[in-house]
Design a protein around this ligand. Structure first.
Ligand code: FE2
Ligand code: FE2
Length: 222
């Protein structure tokens, strides 16, 4: 029973993570395209977003390898389990894949909002990884611990570019209500969605990897 519980928990945790890592780098590809078009001379900012994008792809591949070693595909979880998906839906009233990234990047008002959303999401991710590194079920899986150590090391570089952009352009930091939305999304995932999915008797597995059809061959993660 305990083994089943542990296995189900890690299975679900890995599935939510692989979804979020994939969502992360694919959404950043669109942000990058728009930033390159708007500010081609802002090379430092572009390079920092590129590093962020590459890290998220690397994280995605680490989770993919973890599932490959288990001999299982991830469980099918959708955008309702994506932190950034929910955040964008609440703040911009649109699904992330329907967001007009060009228009958001072209407007200072919308772009600063997006920078705060990304920064809060990354800081949330860092705090969550700290919790998981000490989680009794996670510590029993050396492969997962190794992945979370890499994520923990990479994460500070992920919010820094957006915080720096906000500061350099004289934009404000997140307000209490933006932090409250972030907390709400996290609690909703942890206290409502996770238990429902955990107990869902017919939660299926993905039939394809999230990056199937993206053209790039998966490479070994560093
Ligand atoms: Fe990540
Ligand atoms: Fe990240």
């Amino acid at each position: 029973m305990l083994a089943w519980f542990r296995n189900r928990y890690l299975d679900l945790l890995g599935s939510i993570y692989i979804y979020n890592e994939h969502r992360g780098y694919t959404a950043l590809d669109r942000v990058l395209e728009a930033v390159r078009a708007r500010s081609p001379d802002d090379r430092v900012f572009i390079a920092r977003i590129e590093k962020h994008r590459d890290d998220e792809r690397k994280h995605y591949l680490m989770f993919r390898r973890w599932f490959e070693k288990r001999g299982q595909m991830p469980l099918y979880v959708d955008r309702t389990c994506g932190h950034i998906d929910r955040f964008v839906e609440i703040m911009f009233r649109t699904r992330i894949d329907r967001m007009d990234t060009q228009a958001v990047v072209a407007s200072d008002r919308l772009f600063e909002k997006l920078c705060r959303v990304i920064s809060l999401t990354e800081k949330r991710g860092y705090r969550q990884v700290e919790v998981l590194l000490n989680h009794p079920l996670v510590t029993q899986d050396p492969g997962l611990i190794k992945i979370f150590r890499v994520v923990e090391r990479d994460e500070p570089d992920h919010w820094a570019p957006y915080d720096a952009w906000l500061k350099a352009h004289g934009k404000r930091e997140p307000k209490w209500w933006e932090r409250a939305i972030d907390t709400f999304i996290h609690s909703e995932l942890l206290l409502v969605k996770l238990p429902i999915l955990f107990l869902h008797p017919r939660l299926g597995r993905r039939s394809e990897w999230p990056d199937a059809g993206e053209g790039a061959k998966p490479v070994a993660a560093a």
